[in-house]
Design a binder for this molecule. Structure first.
Ligand SMILES: *Cc1c(COP(=O)(O)O)cnc(C)c1O
Length: 419
């Protein structure tokens, strides 16, 4: 063990200059970040937006406490799933009336996969990514079992080959634009086009993309999309997720959970289910109003924000962190997993190290919150609304020091991830 060398002055100067020139710097005030913490886990749980505590307090004490059940009308509770859906729609390139918020990502995903299969009834294949988030894979399998379909697990790079061989049999291609482990960004436009050229539908899971980069679901002709409320949208733990269905599919859209709030006349309490017109038919049951209204307040952190600028800053942040990794961490035994090509990089940097778990725990003790994915990946999520280049230099320096001094527990965890 030797003493770690000092921080290279060039990196310090560069971080300070990039932060000084950052047109989005003032947005950090829209978040209540605890002092002394470098938070690089907003791709798993976004931090608390300053607008949320007063909004939630009003929802609880005035709306619920005083206005009681009348709030469904007077405080807009009934319309909240569609209103919040439209607010998210504005961040993903969806015109109003195509996005609904309310249930978890997993529930929305099941709805989307099943509804997509129903829209292509003569096609027996569901295509998903073998590296997709677990819930996406499990739910594709579940829909396939229930509908007697087959799942083909094909990484995005091999989609063209699969479609050339069996494209006429594919009902839906279900991918994420950003790999949650590696941070690799896929070409949504090309993959959507490829699916469409085969007559299949394109379903995108935007959990790691919504709020992190400009998206254009309408322009790309995406058929269905889902995404989380609690990652880059910072809607809070367990925040409602969203479901987007392109308007051209609404009339035919059949959802697997036809709950009463998606009925054309929900308060008629009538005999049989008649779906509401439009995206409202994707509503299921009574929405989680406290969470929805917390998410609605959280989304105001994006007011007036240009997502092209968010993307530019995110690339500057991840590019800077990759440079820090090159200079400070590669010599300590890390390797870079995230593509260095900016066109292939989402809003996170993933490094590989055999002691990922112990290092992540030791980093958190020094106030740098990242996370790990078993067995050997350390993930650093950046969010252009509040992350600074200096945050990333601090993180890289802490990680270098911990590694250099072997100041971490090298034994792997007994079970489960760190966060
Ligand atoms: C985070 C994430 C989920 C989470 O699903 P929940 O139902 O909210 O737990 C699903 N899919 C992807 C791609 C994710 O990144």
């Amino acid at each position: 063990m030797t003493t770690a060398p000092p921080a290279p002055a060039a990196l310090r100067e560069r971080a300070a200059r990039l932060d000084a020139d950052d047109p989005l710097a003032s947005l950090r005030e829209r978040f209540l970040l605890p002092p002394g913490v470098v938070y690089l886990d907003g791709n798993s749980l976004g931090p608390l937006p300053a607008a949320v505590p007063p909004a939630l307090s009003d929802v609880v004490t005035r709306q619920w406490g005083t206005d009681l059940i009348g709030s469904w009308n007077t405080n807009g509770w009934w319309q909240a799933p569609l209103r919040v859906g439209d607010a998210i729609g504005g961040l993903i390139g969806a015109a109003p009336g195509q996005t609904v918020a309310g249930d978890s990502t997993s529930v929305q995903l099941f709805t989307a996969l099943d509804a997509a299969a129903a829209l292509r009834p003569d096609r027996p294949l569901l295509v998903t990514d073998p590296g997709h988030f677990p819930t996406d894979r499990y739910l594709a399998d579940a829909v396939a079992r229930r509908r007697d379909l087959e799942v083909r697990r094909v990484p995005p790079a091999a989609l063209a080959d699969l479609l050339a061989a069996e494209g006429h049999r594919v009902a839906v291609v279900s991918y994420s634009p950003v790999d949650f482990r590696t941070g690799e960004l896929y070409d949504m436009r090309a993959l959507t086009r490829a699916a469409h050229a085969a007559g299949a539908l394109a379903l995108w899971d935007l959990c790691h993309a919504a709020g992190a980069l400009p998206l254009d679901v309408d322009t790309l002709g995406v058929d269905l999309a889902v995404g989380c409320g609690y990652k880059f949208l910072s809607g809070g733990p367990g925040a409602p997720a969203f479901l987007y269905v392109a308007r051209r599919h609404h009339a035919e859209l059949e959802t697997p959970l036809p709950g009463w709030t998606g009925h054309a006349d929900p308060f008629g309490m009538g005999g049989d289910y008649t779906p509401a017109p439009g995206i409202a038919r994707a509503r299921i049951g009574t929405p989680p109003v406290l969470s929805l209204l917390a998410l609605e307040a959280a989304l105001t952190a994006f007011d007036g924000v240009d997502l092209a600028q968010v993307r530019a800053k995110s690339l500057s942040l991840t590019g800077f962190f990759l440079r820090c990794a090159q200079e400070l961490l590669i010599p300590e035994g890390f390797s870079t997993v995230t593509p260095t090509d900016p066109d292939r990089r989402g809003s996170q940097v993933t490094l590989r190290h055999p002691h990922a778990h112990g290092l992540t725990v030791a980093l958190a003790r020094r106030g740098v919150i990242a996370d790990m994915r078993a067995p050997d990946l350390v993930r650093f999520g950046v969010n252009a609304l509040y992350t600074t280049h200096q945050d990333l230099l601090e993180a890289a320096l802490s990680l270098r020091d911990i590694t250099h001094e072997a100041a971490y527990d090298p034994t792997p965890p007994a079970v489960g991830p760190v966060t």
